[in-house]
Structure formats: structure tokens, C-alpha cells
Design a protein around this ligand. Structure first.
Ligand code: MBD
Ligand code: FE
Length: 277
């Protein structure tokens, strides 16, 4: 079919109106249809192939994997690239923590703690992990009372809430920074995440010859009144997938130094009472 004929057909389809359309929705749907018709034409897509694709999308929804596929196709990362570009025009403080994608596994409502927290419920015998940091504004001044929301996977790469075998809000806390803008937490070292091997996201990745793995990582939202929210993560150095993240979220500035200690029992034997007990 001539490209011009395709254009006329799309115009006829979306131009058939009984009332004033939402112009932005109409313009985007117009373009998506035009691009789709062109793909069908250029690749001679067969009807059966298209119905198979629709069934695939149904499965994607039923398995709640739309946002997982979006991460895997680098769409979340693309939005980050665009935001970075806009910020570069304004000019941001050199050395500030860069953003990276949220991912699909955040859950709101984690317990709020002042200054420090223990994230794990003590049931997982993973390597004990401590992390601390300071929230500052773009001038390097500490921000007291900022909210640092932290969430990460367990030693099997699974997240509480999505993994029903974990306790509520395990490995999820909201920490309010102290007067110096500082926070600290105790947790366990997470493992990397892998897409459900029997799910639709992995099925498409297989067709693309790709894996569906993420390196071990910890997620953060950092927010405070009057400030934009930072969405970011850290990646654990040494992970096999650190530069092979299927979601393209790794950045050099987000790989902090990790010090491993050989004797963990001294810490572990103190039990699970206080945040740092
Ligand atoms: C994750 O844990 C994650 O952070 C992303 C981006 C995608 C899938 C699982
Ligand atoms: Fe994650």
C-alpha cells in the first residue's frame, strides 16, 4: 500500500467523530495507528500474528507484567534520559546523586522510622548490610526531616508484598533524616532480580535473545517539602549483571563502595530487638 493511502485511511478512521475529541489523545492515537499500519505493511504482518500479539497483551495484563516489560524494553530508562537532558539545560549540582528508574515493585505505606531503621524481619540469614547517608540540597546544605523510602529484594531476589511468603513490609522502610540530614539502616544484602521465567515478559525477551536479570540493587525515593523527589537506586558492586541490567538502570555514580566483613555472628547474635540490636 502507498504510504499516502495509509495516511488517508488513518485520517478517515480517527476523523470520524460525533463530538469534539480530546486533541492530545487523538493526535497520539493517530500517530500510533499510522505507525502500526506502516509496521503491518512493511513487515507484511499476518492477521494471525496480530491476534497472537493481542493475546500476548492480554496475558501481560493478567500477569500484571506491563510495567515489567516496559522496564525490559528500556522505556522507563528512556524517560530518565529525557529528564536528564532537560536538567542538563538548567544545570544541576555536579556530584549530586543521579536518578534511575523506579521499577514496578514499590509499595506505599511502609513503616516510618526516625533517623535509623532495621529493614529485615530477621528471618532471612543473609549477609548483614549497613548503609548510611546524608540528604543535601543542590547547594550541599543538609536537609533535616527528609523522607528516605528504601525497598529491596531478599536473598532470593524476591520483594515483600509480591512474594506472599514474606512478612508485610519486610525490606521496606521510610526513614526520616535527622537534624544533620542523615539516615542509616541495617538490612540484609539483596540478591539480583530475575523476571518470572514462565511469564510473558521473559517470553518476549527469549524471542529477542535477551536475559531478564537485574544486578542486586536497593531502591530509594528521597523527598522533602519544597523539593523535587529523587527516584534512584544503588547497585551492589561485583554483581555479575552490574553492567548487564535488563532494565538499563545501572549508572557508574550509583555503585557505592561495599566493605565485606568476615565475622557476622557478633552482630547477628545480638538479636532483632532494636533497629541496630
Ligand atoms: C525490579 O526489582 C526492578 O527494580 C525493576 C526495574 C524491574 C523489575 C524488578
Ligand atoms: Fe528492584
Amino acid at each position: 500500500m502507498q504510504k499516502e493511502q495509509i495516511k488517508q485511511l488513518v485520517d478517515r478512521i480517527t476523523g470520524t467523530q460525533i463530538k469534539e475529541p480530546n486533541q492530545r489523545v487523538k493526535a497520539i492515537v493517530d500517530r500510533m495507528l499510522l505507525d502500526l499500519f506502516n509496521v503491518i505493511d512493511d513487515f507484511d504482518v499476518q492477521p494471525e500474528e496480530f491476534w497472537t500479539a493481542l493475546s500476548y497483551l492480554t496475558e501481560l495484563g493478567q500477569r500484571n507484567e506491563y510495567s515489567l516489560l516496559s522496564a525490559g524494553l528500556g522505556i522507563d530508562h528512556y524517560f530518565d534520559v529525557r529528564l536528564d537532558e532537560k536538567e542538563a539545560q538548567v544545570g544541576i549540582e555536579p556530584g549530586s546523586t543521579p536518578r534511575t528508574i523506579e521499577g514496578p515493585l514499590y509499595v506505599a505505606g511502609a513503616p516510618v522510622c526516625q533517623g535509623e531503621a532495621r529493614l529485615d524481619d530477621g528471618t532471612d540469614q543473609g549477609e548483614i548490610l549497613f548503609m548510611d547517608g546524608q540528604v543535601t540540597d543542590t547547594q550541599g546544605r543538609p536537609v533535616a526531616g527528609a523522607l528516605v523510602e528504601v525497598w529491596h529484594a531478599n536473598t532470593l531476589g524476591n520483594y515483600s508484598y509480591f512474594d506472599k511468603s514474606q512478612s508485610d513490609f519486610n525490606l521496606r522502610r521510610s526513614i526520616v533524616t535527622d537534624a544533620e540530614g542523615r539516615y542509616r539502616f541495617r538490612s540484609i544484602m539483596p540478591s539480583g532480580y530475575g523476571c518470572p521465567p514462565d511469564g510473558p515478559t521473559q517470553k518476549l525477551l527469549d524471542q529477542l535473545g535477551r536475559h531478564g536479570q537485574r544486578p542486586a540493587h536497593i531502591h530509594f525515593f528521597v523527598s522533602a517539602p519544597g523539593f523535587r523527589t529523587l527516584t534512584t537506586q544503588i547497585n551492589i558492586q561485583g554483581d555479575k549483571y552490574i553492567y548487564e541490567d535488563f532494565a538499563f538502570a545501572t549508572r557508574d555514580e550509583l555503585i557505592p563502595d561495599v566493605t565485606h566483613h568476615t565475622d557476622q555472628s557478633a552482630i547477628r547474635d545480638k538479636g532483632v530487638d532494636g533497629p541496630f540490636a
